[in-house]
Write a protein of this length. Structure first.
Lengths: 337, 161
């Protein structure tokens, strides 16, 4: 048996209480929601918190609510509940798709959307047992001081591997954070930092309380995921496209790439090239080339990085065709290679 | 930190005094004597430790008992009734859908949840539902056949009563 390291488990009843407990216990404490990311990491001794602050019992963190100003998804809502929600599936098909492609059905029943946007970054040299990491020599993300992927590098390049984060970013979502010192609401990009270790830009005591989505109002969206098997595997490439269309003219567009950097990576020039244009096959090819530019995958996930870079272009083209209603045949949401 | 947990397992209330960091899988097997639930990867990557929590398949290797208090837990031991195998168990035995049997408890429970939601699933729906359960022996075909056979028989039984 690979067992969890010992800890004390606290189960606050409100988000405010959770934030206070986090502030009180400082670096010794971590938040846990579904535990599907944290517990495997703790078993591999990537984290050994003395105190866990559990979010599962907090009612205000659960459920999807719609209003005139958009949708609010409580952070502890399970991925299954997000996928199954008819309003989300109608207004934000890319989000329903992404949540439904995370890991496996059992993990979607346990894992939450808040945990998904805060999921730890990944790397072939890090997501290994303690013994494996010890044998090869620890890296700076845990217990060591060098990077094994880029030995000359002073930073960690572990990969942002959330399926929903690029989609939420493309959809213009915001997150409401509640900390011991008060609450604030920030756009998705402000939640992340370009660093494989300190990948979140929030304070440790801040709890992601809700994810706020603006009204869909003419926005269409698609998400495509690349992985080796059709289940279990994390994305080694995710492509989220959202566009507001006026007939066949694009009024506004966002393209965000997952699993190509330590944070979701927007392809801003590519998206800008769509605005005001009629979507044609030629335009899609040009935009897909531009979008592959910011994708700089390193050799630290499954598949070779040149292949992942090539697939970025292919996937952006397919996702754009799907959003513009141009694709031939059915729009597969993932590719298993 | 030890805690007293009160769990509802297969319709019985069970209590245990356990370290809080013991997983549900460990407590079921080591403290409650329910070894039908298997341990495989213990990291969420195989599905053999699947149990039902309020009817939904979840992984017991990544759940803490303190997080499951107040929920109905079903393990493979809770499937047979009065000494009679559940139709899924019967079909798995008849069709050879279990070889080494290691994945079987998790698959039986996942299939139970599927059939509760969809009494006559398509083959694709069975495949999608079982996408979180690995089997290293059968090649899956017999498992899919057995779930379909059980669904058929359960449908007939329903029609008769
Ligand atoms: C085999 C396997 C395959 C997986 N495949 C995928 C995949 O394909 N795609 C994918 O995206 N993920 C995958 N995951 C990771 C994980 O299951 C999901 O990301 C899940 O959504 C995490 O949610 P959780 O509630 O379980 O998070 P937890 O494990 O509870 O938490 C994850 C992290 O987020 C923090 N956190 C949780 N909730 C909050 C909150 N409300 N506010 C602030 N911080 C919070 C925790 O402190 C922790 O650092 C996989 C995991 C496994 C074991
Ligand atoms: S990118 Fe380098 S430092 Fe970061 S986890 Fe991988 S090997 Fe370690
Ligand atoms: S033992 Fe739980 S998923 Fe493998
Ligand atoms: S029967 Fe052996 S793993 Fe499935």
């Amino acid at each position: 048996m690979i067992r969890l390291p010992p800890f004390t488990y606290l189960a606050p009843g409100t988000v405010d209480a959770a934030a206070r407990l986090m502030a009180e216990h400082g670096r010794d404490a971590m938040l846990v929601a579904g535990g599907t990311d944290l517990y495997p990491n703790m078993k591999r001794r990537q984290f050994e918190p003395k105190v866990l602050v559990g979010l599962r019992g907090i009612r205000e963190l659960r459920g999807v609510r719609g209003s005139a100003s958009g949708w609010t998804i409580g952070a502890a809502t399970t991925l299954s509940a997000v996928t199954a929600h008819p309003g989300i599936a109608r207004d934000f098909p890319a989000l329903a798709t992404a949540a439904g492609l995370v890991s496996s059905p059992q993990l979607q029943n346990m894992g939450t959307i808040g945990g998904n946007v805060c999921v730890d970054t990944r790397c072939n040299y890090y997501n290994q047992s303690y013994e494996w990491r010890k044998a090869i020599g620890f890296c700076m993300k845990k217990d060591g001081d060098i990077c094994l992927v880029a030995p000359g590098s002073s930073r960690c390049w572990a990969v942002s591997s959330s399926d929903t984060a690029p989609v939420l970013w493309a959809l213009g979502a915001r997150v409401r954070l509640i900390g011991a010192g008060g609450e604030r609401t920030v756009p998705m990009p402000a939640l992340y930092r370009d660093d494989g270790i300190e990948y979140l830009a929030k304070r440790p005591d801040e709890v992601v309380a809700d994810i706020l989505l603006p009204p869909a109002e003419g926005w269409r969206s698609a998400y495509l995921k690349l992985r080796r098997r059709g289940s279990f595997d994390f994305p080694v490439l995710g492509v989220a496209v959202a566009a507001r269309m006026d007939g066949d003219i694009v009024r506004d567009a966002r393209i965000v790439l997952g699993a190509v950097a330590s944070l979701p990576r927007p392809a801003e020039r590519a998206a800008a090239a769509l605005v005001g244009q009629r979507v044609t096959r030629e335009l899609i090819a040009r935009v897909a080339d531009l979008a592959a530019g910011p994708a700089k995958p390193l050799d630290n996930t499954d598949f070779t990085h040149p292949y992942r870079k090539k697939m970025t272009r292919v996937f952006v083209a397919r996702a754009l065709a799907a959003v513009a209603g141009l694709q031939n045949g059915s729009a597969a949401s993932e590719e298993v290679a | 930190m030890k805690v007293r947990v009160a769990l509802s397992v297969n319709g019985e209330s069970r209590e245990a005094l356990v370290p809080v960091h013991k997983t549900l899988l460990e407590v079921l097997r080591e403290d409650l004597g329910l070894t039908g639930t298997k341990h495989g990867c213990e990291l969420g990557e195989c599905g053999t430790c699947t149990v039902l929590l309020d009817g939904e398949p979840v992984l017991s290797c990544l759940a803490l008992p303190v997080e499951t208090e107040g929920c109905r837990i079903t393990t493979v031991e809770g499937m047979a009734e009065g000494g009679r195998l559940h139709p899924l168990q019967q079909a798995f035995a008849e069709l050879g859908a279990a070889q080494c049997g290691y994945c079987t408890p998790g698959i039986l429970l996942t299939a139970t949840a599927l059939l509760a939601d969809r009494p006559s699933p398509t083959r694709q729906e069975v495949k999608d539902a079982l996408a979180g359960n690995l089997c290293r022996c059968t090649g899956y075909t017999k498992i899919l056949d057995a779930v379909e056979l059980a669904a058929l028989r359960m449908g007939r039984q329903e029609a008769r009563t």
